[in-house]
Write a new protein. Structure first.
Length: 720
């Protein structure tokens, strides 16, 4: 009550400022040697300090030269039906009729009522206000309810983290399966003495689906609140976004990348947004609205990372261009992981033999995955040959590095595949077997195993959260150089010898002699290529027709890609990398600092160069993050900000891809009617498991209590 009375100041109090009394201080009785005079006809009259002795409720405002009734002004606000006079409203200043007015006011029913309230307030203040007394009396009940809600919150976070459904199709008490939430509650109650002894009222069990959804919302809000708090501490971030279809809905996943106070690079999931349109404006508006809803508008957005779709990457009307209109500093980064995957895709398109090879692998997978009989034969022969049970891998243009896993699976199970296909009497299996039992196929299995094996490590690295752009560029150059060094006659000869050994193991013979004309075309006029290729009988044939074309195309794709970031920005990022030749180059650092309006001090660069070089003599400093953690915020404020920018710029959009993987596990056909808000809340809990484990359940309960008015109080009284 005291706080409410303080918060609600009357109209008069607002007019005169702060020179009137408060409920705690009492009437403001200012005693001046002389008060301002006011003219009434031919007479000048003024306020008299002697009136304070006669009227204890009287107070005077110097600011407005007016008198007020303290009790009516402070304690009469709730009674709005009574017409208030000047003493309880705008202030009284007719000093000619002062005494008569004061006496008349003192006898009014309104004044008598407010004086009673004033005396009651003073008595309450001595003994403690009513709310405090009630809180003290109900503290045990509140603690009990919160202890009960601790169990509800624990079950909610467990199910949410694991992506397990909450509800059951029949939640009646007679049901044998009331759903995971209620079944977990019953299981916990069997071993929890508190739940066994606590009996909530029927209206406050908090077990209904409404309460479940409210608790889910409370947990997700607390998780996002934790992320937003870290973002405000970091003061800068990058946006990572991607969209994918979920049933009949186009979902936009948005993640943010930032550096924590401990110097750890983090990518956190911010939420799902249901897209109403698929054009660049709709997507940009969705991203911006999500950022604004989490109060991130005032922070520096240093970069944006998407895939290479034209609607996202368009330099004129794409999302990246529209987003830069709102955030001019946010450079665009084309996801490096997507670009590396495109290297293989475009290699297959440019080299027909490579395209046909991977089509063959897909046909092999389909043969043994689509038929239970064929699959059982596959497992049976695997067992007979003493091989470890393993499955073939399906090819996909969107699953990174799956081509290499498919090749490895075929090489490992090649005896099994050949044996099974020889027993399957279908035209399809005979065709697949015929194509597999060719030296060219054996050669390409080993060739792509080698080439893709070189890029495999880069694929894994680019999917990490803490990867930085400078090191990613260096690793890409290392892969490129390794592939270049592979383009030699010796490497081609070694590849040919290995493939011939593989052919001998499986009794596959190399074609000998000139190729014979196919008689099936004798009665036709052929005026275009019919898809056939010349016979390869020597190491040079394999080198010139397979090895060099595939390798050259990969080199070309690797060279021309990974250049979405400008040279000056990239140079500045490299200057933050301790493994770079231009590490701590002042000119390069200034390019990066200038783009983000950071006034880099040359003195900091000089001192940091000496400091870090000496550190390097005694310890290994592997990456940009290690340097950032060494730079003290007081000693190197501007240089540290530049390094923070370099770490904040994302390399890939893999975090969004992972969120879609979680969405597929979460939004199953059994949960297809789930609303967007609940889907978003559950996705946050499932994806941000680490943050879910870090949040306080007491904070979750506080959020739950504030979501709407509750029948019983769940908030503990404030501690004095």
């Amino acid at each position: 009550m005291v706080m409410e009375e303080q918060a609600e100041q009357g109209t008069a109090g607002r007019m005169v400022g702060c020179d009137l009394g408060s409920p705690e201080s009492g009437p403001k009785q200012v005693r001046l040697s002389q008060y301002p005079f006011s003219q009434f006809g031919s007479q000048n009259r003024a306020f008299s300090k002697n009136w304070f002795e006669q009227f204890k409720w009287l107070e005077y405002s110097v600011g407005s030269n007016s008198a007020f009734c303290f009790s009516c002004r402070v304690f009469g606000k709730q009674n709005t039906r009574i017409n208030k006079d000047a003493l309880s409203g705008s202030g009284f200043s007719n000093w000619k009729r002062a005494l008569d007015t004061f006496r008349e006011h003192e006898k009014s029913a309104f004044h008598v009522s407010t004086m009673s309230c004033w005396h009651g307030f003073k008595n309450t203040k001595k003994q403690g206000d009513v709310i405090t007394q009630l809180h003290a009396a109900n503290a045990a009940d509140i603690l009990e309810r919160r202890e009960y809600l601790q169990r509800i919150a624990a079950i909610t976070t467990f199910l949410g983290k694991q992506g397990i459904p909450f509800r059951g199709h029949d939640e009646q008490e007679s049901s044998l399966n009331q759903g995971n939430f209620l079944e977990c509650f019953k299981l916990l109650k069997e071993f929890d003495p508190f739940l066994q002894n606590y009996t909530p009222s029927s209206a406050t069990t908090y077990l209904s689906h409404f309460s479940q959804n409210e608790m889910v919302t409370s947990v997700s809000q607390e998780v996002i609140g934790h992320t937003v708090k870290q973002l405000h501490m970091a003061k800068m971030y990058s946006v990572i976004a991607d969209e994918a279809r979920d049933g009949h809905t186009e979902q936009l996943a948005v993640c943010v990348r930032f550096v924590t106070g401990e110097g750890k690079v983090t990518e956190s999931f911010l939420g799902l947004w249901k897209l109403k349109g698929f054009d660049a404006k709709s997507i940009t508006d969705a991203i911006e609205e999500l950022l604004q809803s989490h109060t991130l508008g005032g922070l520096l957005c240093v970069a944006q990372a998407y895939d290479g779709a034209s609607v996202m990457s368009g330099e004129v009307g794409g999302v990246q261009a529209r987003f830069r209109e709102l955030h001019p500093e946010a450079i665009y980064v084309h996801c490096y992981a997507h670009q590396l995957n495109l290297v293989l895709c475009y290699t297959c398109k440019a080299v027909p033999a490579a395209s046909k090879f991977f089509e063959l692998l897909e046909n092999v997978y389909t043969t043994f995955s689509s038929s239970l009989v064929n699959h059982d034969k596959f497992l049976e022969i695997q067992s007979k040959l003493g091989l470890t049970p393993s499955e073939l891998v399906q090819l996909s243009t969107t699953r990174w590095a799956c081509h290499l896993r498919s090749i490895k699976a075929v090489l490992k199970n090649l005896p099994v595949i050949l044996s099974c296909l020889s027993t399957i009497k279908t035209s399809m299996s005979k065709g697949i077997l015929s194509n597999l039992r060719r030296p060219k196929t054996m050669y390409m299995l080993l060739m792509f195993s080698k080439l893709l094996g070189i890029t495999e490590g880069l694929h894994r690295y680019l999917q990490g959260e803490s990867v930085d752009l400078g090191k990613a560029a260096q690793y890409k150059m290392a892969v490129l150089q390794t592939l270049k060094e592979l383009r030699t006659d010796n490497s081609a000869e070694e590849m040919f010898r290995s493939s011939m050994v593989l052919c001998e193991e499986h009794h596959i013979q190399l074609p000998v002699g000139p190729r014979q004309k196919q008689k099936r075309f004798d009665d036709f006029v052929v005026d275009s290529a019919c898809g056939s290729t010349s016979s390869m009988t020597s190491a040079d044939d394999f080198k010139c027709q397979l090895f060099y074309p595939c390798l050259d195309r990969m080199l070309e794709e690797l060279t021309c890609r990974f250049s979405s970031v400008g040279e000056e920005i990239m140079s500045g990022i490299q200057a933050c990398n301790p493994a770079s030749e231009i590490f701590l180059s002042e000119d390069s650092l200034k390019n990066l600092a200038g783009h983000y309006k950071i006034e880099l001090r040359p003195e900091e660069v000089l001192v940091a160069t000496t400091f870090i070089r000496r550190k390097m003599e005694t310890q290994t400093i592997p990456d940009t993050a290690s340097v950032f953690q060494m730079l003290d915020a007081d000693m190197f404020p501007t240089l540290r900000a530049v390094f923070q920018v370099a770490l904040t710029i994302p390399v890939s959009s893999c975090s969004c891809e992972r969120s879609f993987s979680a969405l597929r596990r979460l939004h199953t056909w059994l949960r297809s009617t789930m609303g967007q808000e609940r889907l978003n809340d559950l996705a946050i809990m499932m994806i941000e498991r680490e943050n879910v484990a870090a949040i306080s359940r007491d904070c979750v309960i506080d959020r739950f209590a504030k979501l709407k008015p509750r029948r019983y109080n769940l908030m503990l009284p404030p501690q004095n």
